[in-house]
Write a protein that binds this ligand. Structure first.
Ligand code: FES
Length: 105
């Protein structure tokens, strides 16, 4: 069982995720508010930036949901990845806000 930290909606949520479950499924099972859409790698609603930890990105059905470049830069789809260690992830929405705040300073 891995420990996950999800940054979403300006908050930090800590929860657990087993090695054969996606972070999205584990979050939903524990009533953690993670953005969710198709749950099949097609829409990109669940896109996250991985801040820490190891993971395996499984099948992505649409390049619009996750491009090769994003994949190479540590972005992932929470609905079709599995953790390989403890993970710290942040939703794209929150990550963009943090990036903008850093640029403003
Ligand atoms: S929920 Fe649609 S790509 Fe993950």
């Amino acid at each position: 069982m891995y420990k996950l930290i999800l940054k979403a909606r300006g908050q930090e949520f800590k929860y657990t995720c087993s090695a054969d479950v996606t972070p999205l499924r584990a979050a939903r099972n524990q009533f953690i508010p993670i953005p969710t859409g198709c749950q099949q790698g097609g829409c990109g609603m669940c896109k996250v930036k991985v801040l820490n930890g190891e993971y395996e990105q499984k099948l992505v059905r649409s390049h619009e949901a996750l491009s090769d470049e994003e994949l190479a830069n540590g972005y992932a789809l929470a609905c079709c990845m599995i953790p390989k260690s403890d993970l710290e992830i942040i939703t794209i929405e929150d990550y963009e806000k943090v990036k903008n705040e850093v640029q403003i300073r």
